[in-house]
Design a protein around this ligand. Sequence first.
Ligand SMILES: Cc1cc2nc3c(=O)[nH]c(=O)nc-3n(C[C@H](O)[C@H](O)[C@H](O)COP(=O)(O)O)c2cc1C
Length: 326
Amino acid sequence: MANAFCSRFGVSQPIVLAPMGRVAPPELVAAVSNAGGLGLAPLLTDAPDRMRAQIRRIRALTDKPFGVNLNMDFRDDAQLDVCLEEGVEVISIFWGDPQDFTRRAKSQGAKVIITVGTSAGARRAAALGADAICAQGWEAGGHVEGKVSTMALVPAVVDAVGDVPVIAAGGIADGRGLAAAMALGASAAWIGTRFLAAAEAQTHPVYLERLLAASEDDTAHYDDLYDLVWPNAPHRALKNSTSDLWEAAGRPPLGERPGEGDVLATRPDGVEIPRYASAVAFAGLKGQIEPLPMWAGQGVGLVTKSRPAKEIVREIVDQARRIIDF
Ligand SMILES: Cc1cc2nc3c(=O)[nH]c(=O)nc-3n(C[C@H](O)[C@H](O)[C@H](O)COP(=O)(O)O)c2cc1C
C-alpha cells in the first residue's frame, strides 16, 4: 500500500494501536502488529528491568514492527536506554518536552512519533525531526493534551507539517472514522477505546461491560478529577459514581473532596488505589471497580462487542476501503 505512514513504518495497514497504560499487554501489542498495524506498548510505568522483559515478550510474539510509548512527565533516561538497547523500532512520546528523548532516539536509529494537540505543537515536533505526528483530538479517551476536536485538529496539523505523516487520534472507532481521518489528510488512525474491547486487552470486566453499554454521551472531559498520582493532566473517562459524587459537591479541589482517602481497590502487587487516583480499572484489580477511572473516548458508542484484535483491524480497514480508496 502506497501510504506515507505505512511505507515509513514498514507496516501494511494504516492502523496504530494507541498505547494504553496497564490495559494493553504484549499480547495485544503483538496482535495488532501481526494484523499489519503498528502496536504501541504503554511501558511508561514499568521499571527498566520489567520493561526489558515486556519488550522481549512482544518480540517473541511478533517479528513485525512495534513501538514503545514514553511519557515525559514521568521521564526516565534508563527507560529510553532499555528501548534503544533492545532495538525498539519506534518510540512514541507523550506529554511534556520531547526534545532530548527525540534526539537520543533518532541518533540511535529509532523512529519517533510525537503526540500533539495543536498545530503549533505539530510544527515544533516536525522541527525536531519527528517521523510522524499523532494529532490527538479532544474526543480521545485517557489523558488528552489539547482542547481541539479531531475534525478541526487533523487538517490544521496536516497543513502545518508538510510531508511528515499525520496519524489522527480521538473518537475513531470504525472504518468510517478511518476514512474520515484520511479525507482530512491523515495517513493513519491511532485507536484506543475500540481496542479496549479486544479479546487480548486487560480491561477489567466491570469496565468492559460499561464500555460496551455506553453511548457517545457517556464520557466527560475533566481538567482535574483523577489528579492523584498525575496532576495537571486533563483526561476523558466514562462518567461514574466518583464523577457524580464530585459534581454533586461542586467540583471541589483535592483536599476538600467527598470520599477522599477511600481505598477503592488493590493491585496484584498489593498497592492500594485511593479514590481520585489516575489509576485505570485494569483486569487483576480487586475491590470496587466502577468508581475508578474508566478512560474512554467519545467513539465509545461504536464499541459494542469484544473480539480478537486482528478482526478489529480487518473490519476497520475493510469498512474504510468501501468508502475511500487507499
Ligand atoms: C485506557 C486508555 C489508556 C491510555 N493510556 C495512554 C498512555 O499510556 N500513553 C499515551 O500516549 N496515550 C494513552 N491514551 C490515549 C491514547 O493514546 C489515544 O490518544 C486515545 O485512546 C485516542 O482516542 P480514542 O480512545 O477515542 O481512540 C490512553 C487512552 C485510553 C483509552
